[in-house]
Design a protein around this ligand. Structure first.
Ligand code: ZN
Length: 124
């Protein structure tokens, strides 16, 4: 999940990798997130977001909002493949036979989705 968060009083963009609930006797439970910090490049027409080799560990109340992004398939070297693929709709998965589909690579390169300006609540 891509997010905007505060660390050391600075606004950062990152990818939540892990959430952890820490139980302590003195302070009760503390929720923390392990976030891979990302660099936002605004030189191109679109804002590109890519991770840097740095992880922040922050309390989850430092997370301000979810950031909507789309995969940068050109820089991610994603491939168009023919074959069987799965289609998910809500909680149901269907296998489609002999389809041509885009298979995203595992490279974490994204565009900020500025067209996602809906007022609908996000599913987290
Ligand atoms: Zn892709």
């Amino acid at each position: 999940m891509k997010t905007i968060y505060n660390v050391s009083f600075q606004i950062q963009v990152g990818i939540i990798k892990k959430l952890l609930l820490i139980q302590t006797q003195k302070r009760g439970s503390i929720e923390v997130a392990f976030i891979t910090r990302c660099e936002v490049n605004t030189e191109l027409r679109h804002q590109t977001i890519r991770p840097v080799a740095e992880t922040d560990i922050v309390k989850t109340d430092s997370i301000q909002s979810v950031l909507h992004v789309v995969h940068d398939c050109k820089r991610g070297f994603c491939k168009v493949i023919e074959g069987n693929c799965e289609e998910r709709s809500e909680q149901q998965t269907t296998v489609l036979q002999n389809q041509t589909y885009l298979e995203h690579s595992s490279r974490d390169v994204f565009f900020y989705n500025k067209f996602r300006l809906s007022k609908l609540p996000d599913k987290l």
